[in-house]
Design a binder for this molecule. Structure first.
Ligand code: HEC
Length: 215
């Protein structure tokens, strides 16, 4: 009888050590009781991996070239650093608007509308940081009319909208709400707001001068 106990215990320990507990996750390749070639199951699936080599095609590549005119599902390549990052080729912030953005009245109108929705609650209609959130205790919002923000490059303002302001993130990123084009429209409107506080009477065009009682 003792032998039976011993053998049972031995078989049990052996079984667990080879097969493991139920539900255990293994990282190594499963044990091969029958050689693959004898019983090829789902385990053996001859295939090529992307960007590998093969002697099947004359050019030695596994991948075929996509047909002419193919576009990626995620849209065209975003390689315009000025438009998408606000940066020049050398990595510095641009101090102009990207070549693909035309600053005109339409862009400014769009910027004003988006600014009113996404920025004015904190930065205020005048850009002086006196938005409605100030009344509820958010005092950290700067004025666009500070010398530092006047000197800030277009690229950096764009980047602030894209990524928010690190490290405290008192201002969140707006990349998910504003497309790159909309962000540039807002940058243009911020510049216009700044201009409202620095413009001089000399800059009034000749045809509008009478409206202001100027000669
Ligand atoms: C929730 C309130 C809030 C909203 C909404 C908001 N901002 Fe801000 N913004 C802030 C605060 C607070 C700071 C100062 C952050 C800091 O210095 O840490 C700031 C800073 C900035 C700065 C200066 C960044 C710097 O480097 O000093 C710019 C430019 C700016 N915001 C533009 C915008 C624009 C454009 C929008 C709209 C798309 C916007 N903000 C929306 C609160 C807000």
């Amino acid at each position: 009888m003792r032998t039976v106990y011993l053998v049972t215990a031995f078989v049990l320990v052996l079984g667990i050590s080879v097969l493991g507990f139920r539900g255990k996750v293994f990282t190594h390749t499963p044990m091969d009781v029958f050689p693959d070639l004898l019983f090829p199951g789902m385990k053996v699936q001859p295939k090529f991996r992307a960007q590998g080599t093969s002697s099947f095609f004359a050019d030695g590549r596994i991948d075929r070239m996509p047909p002419a005119g193919t576009v990626p599902a995620s849209g065209p390549l975003k390689d315009d650093d000025a438009l998408y990052l606000g940066k020049a080729a050398d990595g510095s912030w641009i101090r102009v608007f990207p070549a693909s953005v035309t600053v005109n009245r339409r862009l400014l109108e769009r910027g004003r509308e988006r600014y009113g929705i996404y920025c004015a609650p904190c930065h205020g209609g005048l850009g002086d940081g006196n938005g409605v959130t100030k009344r509820y205790g958010m005092g950290a919002t700067p004025s666009y009319h500070d010398e530092r923000l006047r000197q800030m490059s277009e690229g950096q303002i764009f980047d602030t909208i894209t990524h928010g302001k690190a490290p405290a993130y008192n201002m969140n990123p707006y990349a998910d709400k504003l497309t790159p084009e909309d962000r540039w429209a807002v940058v243009a409107y911020v510049r216009a707001l700044q201009k409202t506080q620095t413009g001089t009477l000399d800059e009034v065009p000749a045809k509008n001068r009478p409206e202001l009682g100027l000669k």
